[in-house]
Design a protein around this ligand. Structure first.
Ligand SMILES: [Zn+2]
Length: 294
């Protein structure tokens, strides 16, 4: 089932959550602000934690950053965005419609492909051996991905859910996905960046953009296309890092940027980087990428 996070943010007051967790008594109210020591990291700075009752947003100045009521539930319960959403629904008394739809993510694969990480095609795309191994990307010589570069795709818990097969010549389609696999349920590389210490995550379109950025020391995730789905949005908003949106410099990319910014607005501070016409992150050198994305 889909969780309407916007509704939770709108209808569930942070004050109510703090009350429920017995944390309100340590806070003081001044106008439409609550403030006090941070109940999350437990420091003793008496001004560290702030809540805007009007905006229904919270902030910890010393440690934990801040965000919406959903972010607060995630921090309090140390759960992912979906679990926090379920808790939010519980507090709002919203019925979870069980069985209304299949489990949201794709099912894990029960096999792995054995791949050649040193195929010339990878070198032609500037993917060195270390990067190929890190992403598990290589040439496949049998099965439905035979003759293609197979790119393993993991869900946000790190379970392998599909391989994308990139043609190495003019063969169509350019990318082949397994039957039944839905790209819009997954954000490529999210599982790895979630654990990273990077403060900023760049959101790009393609697999090779992600790999190129990684070689330049920049952590990124891929939408596997130019449009952000609702599931992908929720997954992006579950990241603690700052997000920078950098889709391709073509019409589809620009349209995608506009729509994604609209969908992510209010979730957290966002940066948008627009690339010159006809170019994608993969086309740039390390220094330039670091400069425009930092
Ligand atoms: Zn804190």
């Amino acid at each position: 089932m889909t969780i309407d996070f916007e509704r939770i943010k709108r209808e569930l007051p942070i004050k109510e959550v703090l009350t429920k967790y017995g944390l309100l008594r340590d806070l003081k109210q001044r106008g439409s602000q609550l403030y006090g020591p941070c109940p999350l990291h437990g420091g003793d700075n008496p001004q560290a934690f702030n809540v805007s009752l009007e905006k229904n947003l919270w902030n910890c100045f010393t440690h934990c950053r801040g965000g919406s009521v959903v972010d607060l539930l995630m921090a309090l319960e140390k759960v992912d965005v979906r679990e926090a959403g379920k808790l939010g629904y519980e507090m709002l008394g919203v019925e979870m419609k069980a069985g209304a739809s299949s489990p949201s993510g794709p099912r894990p694969l029960d096999f792995t492909l054995s791949l050649d990480y040193e195929h010339p095609y990878l070198k032609s795309r500037n993917i060195d051996l270390g990067t190929a191994k890190y992403f598990g990307v290589g040439h496949c010589d049998r099965g439905i991905m035979a003759g293609r570069i197979a790119i393993p795709i993991h869900d946000d818990r790190g379970k392998l859910v599909a391989y994308a097969g990139r043609a190495i010549d003019d063969e169509q389609p350019k990318y082949r996905f397994p039957r039944g696999f839905s790209k819009n349920k997954v954000v490529y590389n999210l599982n790895r960046v979630r654990a990273s210490s990077a403060r900023e995550i760049v959101v790009v379109e393609g697999f090779f953009d992600v790999m190129t950025l990684y070689r330049s020391g920049i952590e990124s995730v891929g939408l596997m296309g130019s449009s952000l789905s609702k599931d992908q949005r929720d997954q992006l908003l579950s990241l603690e890092q700052r997000l920078t949106l950098c889709l391709d410099g073509d019409n589809a990319g620009r349209r995608g940027m506009a729509k994604a910014l609209e969908m992510l607005r209010g979730g957290r501070p966002m940066k948008a980087v627009y690339l010159p016409e006809g170019l994608q992150p993969e086309d740039f050198g390390s220094n330039y990428l670091r400069e425009i994305l930092s």
